[in-house]
Design a protein around this ligand. Structure first.
Ligand code: ADP
Ligand code: MG
Ligand code: ZN
Length: 500
């Protein structure tokens, strides 16, 4: 029998506010000098301490909801989610339950087939069939505000608790079970992360744990419309983990059904080293948490004017930017998607375009090519780049107007990245001006042909691969400065003229 997966994602992201969700402690817990120094009676749950809602966190949550096409609940409430764990000082988490701040949104995705992941130990390495193709809509059930927990480190015979992170604002984005492939889940997760970064509400740094995924997964026979029992995989800290864990879990469930068994609803962990999901606990139901309205916080009342003022802060989002890059700059969808993957990269590209006479396509090629290669090789991100877009524009224009050749352009770019400076000055100092003088190039071509009669004969006898060798001789004689089109044309003519 053929099965299809059903996936719903819960995404937890810390909000980039100055202070914690319900107290004045810093939300930048990573900068705290020592464990348990960034704390107060409220975030350590001392009796009698009173929470106060962080206004900025509310604004950021609404901003995310609006970007995900949600409606904002003008009347929303906080609730206590009761459970005991050493990282939860109060014995309950303040969250939102019946009335979250945002509900009923959606996000359009366009999953593309996965490229195989490197095969790890215990990793089945297999791939699922490609997703449904272009244009699917994933419904966003809700976006709500809650607070992060403390951090536990488990040592051999004991565990340590650091409350510096306790109470940091956390956003939970819950999708409907609308994804039908791992590719779809990956595309959705990637797009949500991009939006959070565009909005500046979360850095998307998954290694730092500020963004984590939970995948809810079930499988059913293709063609059926039932929803079967699901499992939930907690705390996936990378896209790779999301993909591998989902693939593993889908196969595990299919195998259970094939063998006539039933899937048990439970919460799973992902063991990245062994490449397996492991049972953590049987799934708790909402009633296990004894949710009730938080008595220390009044409902949050939001006005239409407030909601509209948040809406007016929405920047151009990745999808709209991609469409504009395609229509304004004549880029292909994949070129545009690459440039809009990061807001800073898109801004950089637009600044270069604004300062340059070269076609936008050419500028895309430079940025997607040499520029990115340099960043990757040196482990930098676009945010680290100090090279001014105006300077890059100048350099690209010098190649476009043939002042220098493409390979000289790469040399100048490397120099600019390393030591800065002015492109024209570097070209002068390194003597990189392109040779465009036809007579001068002709002289060099003629000399090469005269000096290498054997190769000329072999070429003319049919060994066409030698052409590249001849061009290599030109590059050597001119230190790569000859206009390649002129050199090529003269070489073709010269060789033909010596045909016996
Ligand atoms: P809970 O409130 O107990 O966490 P929900 O039913 O609200 O459970 O769903 C939590 C997540 O599980 C949502 O992201 C939802 O899309 C997903 N989900 C629900 N049912 C299924 C299913 N049958 N298969 C896969 N995912 C599901
Ligand atoms: Mg859940
Ligand atoms: Zn505090």
């Amino acid at each position: 029998m053929k099965y299809e997966p059903i996936i719903g994602l819960e995404i937890h992201g810390e909000l980039l506010t100055k202070s914690k969700m319900f107290c004045g402690c810093s939300a930048d817990y990573a900068s705290a000098p020592e464990p348990n120094t960034n704390i107060c009676p409220t975030c350590t749950g001392l009796p009698g301490a009173m929470p106060v809602v962080n206004k900025k966190a509310t604004e950021l949550a609404a901003l995310v909801g609006l970007a995900l096409n949600c409606s904002i609940n003008k009347h929303n409430t906080f609730a206590r989610k009761n459970y005991y764990y050493p990282d939860l000082p109060k014995g309950y988490q303040i969250s939102q339950y019946e009335l979250p701040i945002c509900e009923k949104g959606w996000m359009d995705i366009s999953p593309s087939p996965l490229t195989p992941l490197p095969k790890g130990e215990g990793d089945s390495g297999s791939l699922l069939p490609p997703g449904e193709g272009l244009g699917m809509r994933v419904r966003v059930r809700r976006v709500h505000i809650e607070e992060d927990t403390a951090k536990l480190s488990h040592e051999k015979n004991y565990a340590l608790v650091d409350f510096n992170r306790a109470g940091v604002p956390l956003l939970e984005i819950v999708s409907e079970p609308d994804m039908r492939s791992v590719e779809a889940a990956l595309d959705y997760a990637t797009k949500v992360r991009a939006i959070l970064r565009y909005l500046g509400v979360n850095s998307g740094d998954m290694e730092k744990g500020v963004l984590r995924f939970e995948a809810n997964i079930s499988v059913r026979p293709v063609g059926s419309d039932e929803f079967r029992t699901r499992t939930e995989i907690k705390n996936l800290n990378s896209f790779r983990a999301l993909v591998r864990a989902s693939q593993y879990e889908i196969e595990r469930q299919i195998k259970i059904y094939e063998e006539g068994g039933t899937v048990v609803q439970e919460t799973l962990g992902w063991d990245d080293v062994r490449g397996v999901t492991t049972s953590q606990r049987s799934k708790e139901e909402a009633h296990d948490y004894r949710y009730f309205p938080e008595p220390d916080l009044p409902p949050l009342q939001l006005s239409d004017a407030w909601i509209e003022s948040i809406r007016s802060q929405l920047p151009e989002l990745p999808e709209a930017k991609t469409a504009r890059f395609i229509s304004d700059f004549g880029l292909t969808p994949s070129e545009a998607r690459f440039l809009t993957s990061e807001r800073t990269l898109a801004n950089y590209f637009e600044s270069v375009v604004a300062n340059s006479k070269s076609p936008a396509k050419t500028i895309h090629s430079w940025i997607a090519g040499e520029f990115m290669r340099y960043l990757n090789d040196s482990g930098l991100s676009i945010d680290d780049v100090t090279l001014a877009p105006e300077t890059l524009a100048k350099l690209i224009d010098m190649v476009t107007d043939k002042t220098i050749g493409a390979s000289a352009g790469k040399t100048v770019l490397t120099e600019l990245f390393k030591n800065g400076g002015d492109p024209a000055q570097i070209v002068k100092e390194k003597n990189l001006l392109q040779m465009t003088d036809v007579d001068a190039i002709q002289e060099i071509v003629t000399k090469i042909l005269n000096d290498n009669p054997k190769e000329v004969d072999e070429y003319n006898a049919g060994k066409e691969t030698l052409f590249q060798w001849f061009m290599g001789q030109v590059a050597r004689a001119t230190k790569g400065k000859a206009d390649p089109n002129v050199a090529k044309e003269l070489m073709v003519k010269g060789l033909a003229g010596r045909k016996k």
